[in-house]
Write a protein that binds this ligand. Structure first.
Ligand code: GLA
Length: 364
């Protein structure tokens, strides 16, 4: 059999942070940057893995539980086998232009590219949305149960279901996923991603702490998730820290709806205000920003961005700015200058035009 090739996108979240594991709302989009895997099935169950971005190869069986990047591949194999699929061993070569550790879901892109290639091997119907959802679920379990990162489901879901030119409104209370057209180009606007180069790890405990605190707040309020609380309901919490955490989640859900409304009305100033408010909420209430993210956001705003916020899990990673195309160079120059003045690592940039979901590039 010749190689089966599949690819899957990184993602950036327009708004709705730390809401997915709280039965809430978020609005991510697929990036044009993708991870691709070229996979040749073997007659045994050995996985032989090579990545252009990594120094060392890995070879072994999924049960051996590799560390590092290979775990994301082996985890998907394990999850699909748990679903009853007869997944063979394979040789896989991976390549990616999704920045690693930048909060742009390079791990979900890897998981979803492998799941999509294996869907090709297994003859699963990728035109069927239900199949794509099951693959996304397998990738989420790979990340949560096999790798041990306590993330929500936003990254894998958007990687499997995104539509070019659109953001994807995800509602984790009912599992719905709705494409939202994002005609920024027509409005002369771009989404500039600023990678602070402060690398964040979703396995290091800080992300998991926020998940635990959210659950604690819900328990103290007597609800099964923070989705069941309104802004006034949060304020009865005695513990000021839990009150701040819950306030972020509850208000962020409302901001996602406000953002969808603003996009529908093509009211970009209103969208920008909501982005700004989201950043303040993450900085002050959820406390997941950092000096570099705040500097990127403040400098981008001062240099002409309409609105800006940190994006992704926080504690590093990337910020996102809504910028008139005419001033995007000014914004980049200003942020680079501010980082140099503060003696920080030079940031990296990319433009987030909404890209395609995972797909088979060649089915062997
Ligand atoms: C990471 C996780 C997601 C989500 C975001 C925060 O990207 O993987 O599930 O929780 O952080 O919104």
């Amino acid at each position: 059999m010749s190689a089966i090739v599949a690819s899957a996108p990184g993602r950036v979240n327009l708004i709705g942070e730390h809401t997915d594991y709280n039965d809430g709302l978020c609005l991510p989009l697929a990036l044009p940057q993708r991870t691709s895997v070229s996979l040749v099935p073997r007659a045994d169950d050995v996985l032989s893995l090579t990545s252009a971005q990594e120094d060392s190869d890995w070879e072994g069986r999924a049960e051996e539980h590799p560390e590092g990047w290979a775990a994301y591949v082996a985890g998907v194999v394990q999850a699909l086998r748990d679903d009853g699929h007869d997944v063979p061993g394979f040789e896989a070569t991976i390549d990616s232009d999704v920045p690693l550790g930048a909060g742009l879901s390079s791990s979900a892109a890897l998981e979803c590219s492998v799941a999509t290639a294996l869907a090709g091997v297994l003859g699963l119907e990728l035109d069927d949305r239900a199949v794509r959802r099951r693959l996304a679920d397998a990738c989420i379990r790979a990340e949560n149960d096999y790798v041990g990162a306590p993330t929500g489901g936003m990254d894998q879901t958007v990687a499997m279901l995104a539509e070019r030119g659109h953001a994807l409104l995800l509602d984790f209370s009912d599992g719905s996923a709705t494409s939202v057209e994002l005609p920024l180009d027509d409005a002369g606007l771009v989404l500039l991603v600023i990678d602070t180069r402060v690398s964040h790890a979703l396995t290091d405990g800080s992300y998991g702490n926020r998940r635990t605190e959210s659950a604690d707040a819900a328990r103290a309020l007597g609800v099964s998730s923070l989705r069941d609380v309104d802004p006034a309901g949060v304020e009865v919490l005695d513990d000021p820290m839990l009150r701040r955490r819950a306030r972020h989640v509850v208000s962020e859900n409302l901001r996602v709806l406000a953002a969808v409304g603003a996009i529908g009305d093509r009211s970009w100033e209103r969208l920008a205000e909501v982005l700004d408010a989201s950043h303040v909420s993450m900085r002050d209430d959820f406390e997941i920003s950092c000096r570099e993210l705040d500097l990127a956001v403040e400098t981008a705003r001062a240099a002409g961005a309409l609105g800006a916020r940190m994006t992704g899990g926080g504690f590093g990673g990337s910020a996102l700015a809504l910028v008139p195309r005419s001033v995007v160079d000014d914004v980049r120059t200003a942020v680079t200058g501010a980082f140099a003045d503060a003696d920080l690592t030079r940031p990296a940039y990319l433009l987030a035009t909404p890209g395609d979901a995972a797909r088979l590039e060649s089915d062997g």
